[in-house]
Design a protein around this ligand. Structure first.
Ligand code: 4NP
Length: 154
C-alpha cells in the first residue's frame, strides 16, 4: 500500500485538487487498490469546508469531482502514517517539517519536483488570484501527478 498525502495551507484549493487529480490518474491506470490518497492543510481556518468553488469548477472541467471532500488540518499522526507527503510551497514545507520527527523528514517532498514541464519547486497559492490561477495550478498539479505515479510504480 502506498499512502500519499497532499498538503497545502487551507486544504480548500491546491491539496484537494491534487488529491482528486491524482486519484483519477491512479484509477485510470488501474492502481487504485495499491493507494491510499488523502489531503490536509497546515492551517485550521477552513476545517470542514468544501473545496473553494473556483477549484471545484476548474477540476470539473477536467472531469474531477471535488464536492465530497472536506478540509481538515494536518496532524502529527498524518506524518507518521503516510509514506509520502507532498507539499505545494516553502511555507507548507517549513510547517510540515516543524511537526515532523527527524526520522520522517525524508517523506516530505515538493509536488512540483515531479513535474517535467514546470521548473521550480512551488505551486503558487491561487486563493487571492483569478480563475486563470486555478487553471495554471491544475496544469502544474496534473503534470506532477502523472510523473509522481510513474515514479512510484517504477
Ligand atoms: P490552499 O489555498 O492552501 O491551496 O487551500 C488557500 C486557501 C485559503 C487560505 C490560504 C490559502 N486562507 O488564507 O484562508
Amino acid at each position: 500500500m502506498n499512502r500519499v498525502l497532499f498538503v497545502c495551507l487551507g486544504n480548500i484549493c491546491r491539496s484537494p485538487s491534487a488529491e482528486g487529480i491524482f486519484r483519477k490518474i491512479v484509477q485510470a491506470k488501474g492502481f487504485e487498490d495499491a493507494f491510499e490518497i488523502d489531503s490536509a492543510g497546515t492551517g485550521d481556518w477552513h476545517i470542514g469546508h468544501t473545496p473553494d468553488q473556483r477549484a471545484q469548477q476548474a477540476a470539473s472541467r477536467r472531469d474531477v469531482d471535488l464536492s465530497a471532500l472536506r478540509a481538515r488540518q494536518l496532524s502529527i499522526e498524518d506524518i507518521i502514517y503516510h509514506d509520502l507527503i507532498l507539499v505545494m510551497d516553502r511555507r507548507n514545507r517549513a510547517d510540515v517539517f516543524s511537526l515532523a520527527q527527524p526520522e520522517h523528514e525524508h517523506k516530505i517532498r515538493y509536488l512540483l519536483e515531479y513535474s517535467e514541464q514546470y521548473d521550480g519547486l512551488e505551486i503558487p497559492d491561487p486563493y487571492y488570484g483569478g480563475t486563470h490561477g486555478f487553471d495554471l495550478v491544475l496544469d502544474m498539479i496534473e503534470d506532477s501527478c502523472k510523473r509522481l505515479l510513474n515514479s512510484i510504480i517504477e
